[in-house]
Ligand binder design. Structure first.
Ligand SMILES: Cc1cc2nc3c(=O)[nH]c(=O)nc-3n(C[C@H](O)[C@H](O)[C@H](O)COP(=O)(O)OP(=O)(O)OC[C@H]3O[C@@H](n4cnc5c(N)ncnc54)[C@H](O)[C@@H]3O)c2cc1C
Length: 441
């Protein structure tokens, strides 16, 4: 029986552990936290279709609510844009701990085993092959190592260079975030309000306030690590603009990092496959990654089960990467190009964008929620083209043109992705792909 190691209890890793164990494979998840510490002390919004894709049911109704409207603001907050929740809202909001309880329960019932309190240090390799993990409790070996250790995975970072897998993220490829829930004051603000501000008060990133019944949920996100005193400065600013945010911190209050870039160019090696944040599967602009990690779990499980010889080599695992890109990754990649465009905008340029008469774009943005990923990206590209025509700022027009050209090149390159694994062809393709996201300023 093939022995599968899931390194880290990321969402996709747990889901694939269940799917493989159900088919009789010997699967163990090694996780650094204790069982009771799994999941953060906050809520998440994600497309429930991710759960269904991983052969799970809709969670019980008392565990989630549907996502409401989101209001976007520029730095000055003078001309907001409301994204209304569609009739059949595909996104739900759930406590992170409930998500974990739900998916772990599935995996355990399907036969996956869990070892908690095991800190993974690095990959164990033999020649060209990843054969295990070195941990603080000794080394563990398996036929396939599934890396679900998240954005800073020590397994991915320790892979030999010849695997062609990117180990470190570059500047502007991850968002440093601080999330905290404060006591809820001023009940005049509706409990459903979700307000997201780009570059608030000069912060090179974003801030949000979700006014819940009991708490005001705040998030600060920045392209560089936070410096001492910045949290207080920006939270005071959010408080000034959002009278529902009290002074008492009641939940969370933690730092984390989110990949906001294109999916990794190569996610498999001999004996190795990355899933979830360790393969940068988040949506590039806003960092949601739960649904994609779950979608990837089913694709990976299908690929592994198809490999009857249990070779789990680059050649047999490549189907996982190819199919993930076809179904999800390729339609998200253009958003990474657009994120690179956003990074360079000044607060004034962002405010100006909100000032334009964006009615044409707004109508289309409203429709985005109901579209599939591929149609969503097409609609987004159309929006960018409209934007290019209506902005008067010459430098911005030029930057938008460059982004549109890159997106066009990207769609050609996606069609050229090797269908069958050959190291040479894959590395050449990966090089061209990464080049399109190179930050050039
Ligand atoms: C503040 C914040 C808000 C977010 N909000 C949303 C949202 O609303 N919707 C959404 O879809 N996504 C959201 N995300 C992103 C989301 O968390 C990830 O995309 C998603 O969890 C997929 O990542 P993952 O499960 O692969 O990895 P992770 O969630 O990072 O899980 C990795 C696991 O591996 C374990 N691990 C790490 N290192 C080791 C080690 N050395 N040894 C053993 N175990 C290890 C960790 O303890 C953890 O359990 C948010 C992220 C942050 C930080």
């Amino acid at each position: 029986m093939a022995k599968i190691i899931v390194a880290g209890g990321g969402h996709g890793g747990i889901a694939v552990a269940g799917l493989l164990a159900e088919k009789g494979l010997d699967v163990t998840v090694y996780e650094q936290r204790r069982r009771e510490d799994m999941g953060y002390d906050w809520t998440d919004i994600f497309e429930y279709s991710g759960l269904l894709a991983a052969d799970m049911d809709m969670p019980p109704e008392d565990l989630f609510c549907y996502k409401g409207d989101v209001t976007f603001y520029g730095p000055s907050e003078r001309n907001p844009f409301i994204q209304r929740s569609p009739k059949n809202q595909p996104e739900i909001k759930m406590e992170r701990k409930d998500i974990y309880n739900y998916i772990i329960d599935y995996a355990e019932k399907r036969g996956a085993k869990f070892e908690y309190g095991v800190k993974i240090e690095k990959a164990e390799c033999l020649g060209n092959r990843v054969v295990g993990i070195k941990t603080d409790k000794g080394s563990f070996y398996g036929d396939l190592i599934i890396d679900a250790c998240g954005v800073n995975s020590p397994v991915r970072k320790s892979l030999p260079h010849f695997c062609g897998i990117q180990k470190e993220l570059k500047q502007y490829e991850k968002l440093y975030v601080y999330r905290a829930f404060y006591n809820r004051i001023n009940k005049d603000v509706p409990a459903t309000e979700f307000k997201l501000t780009l570059f608030p008060n000069g912060l090179h990133g974003l801030g949000w306030v979700m006014a819940g019944e009991q708490y005001a949920d705040t998030l600060l996100g920045k392209f560089e690590p936070f410096e001492k005193d910045e949290i207080k400065k920006y939270t005071d600013y959010l408080r000034e603009k959002n009278p529902c945010v009290g002074k008492k911190k009641v939940r969370a209050g933690s730092f984390a990092e989110i990949p906001i870039r294109q999916t990794i160019a190569v996610m498999v090696a001999d004996g190795y496959a990355a899933i979830g944040d360790s393969a940068f599967m988040t949506i590039p602009i806003y960092g949601s990654g739960i649904a994609n990690a779950l979608r990837a779990s089913k694709i990976l499980a299908e690929t592994v089960l198809k490999d009857e010889d249990c070779a789990y080599s680059c050649e047999t695992l490549w189907d996982y990467e190819y199919n993930y890109y076809k179904k999800v990754g390729s339609s998200l990649a253009p958003l990474a190009t657009m994120k690179n465009l956003l990074i360079d905008l000044t607060p004034e340029q962002i405010d100006n964008l909100f000032d334009y008469d964006l009615e044409q774009v707004r109508g289309k943005i409203k429709r985005l929620n109901g579209l599939t990923d591929k149609r969503k990206v097409k609609a987004m590209i159309e929006n960018v083209l409209i934007l290019k025509n209506i902005v008067s700022d010459k430098a911005l027009k030029q930057d938008i043109s460059v982004a549109v050209k890159k997106i066009a090149k990207l769609s050609v390159l996606m069609k050229q992705m090797p269908k069958v694994y050959s190291q040479n062809e894959v590395l050449i393709w990966a090089q061209k792909y990464n080049k399109l996201f190179k930050y050039e300023k």
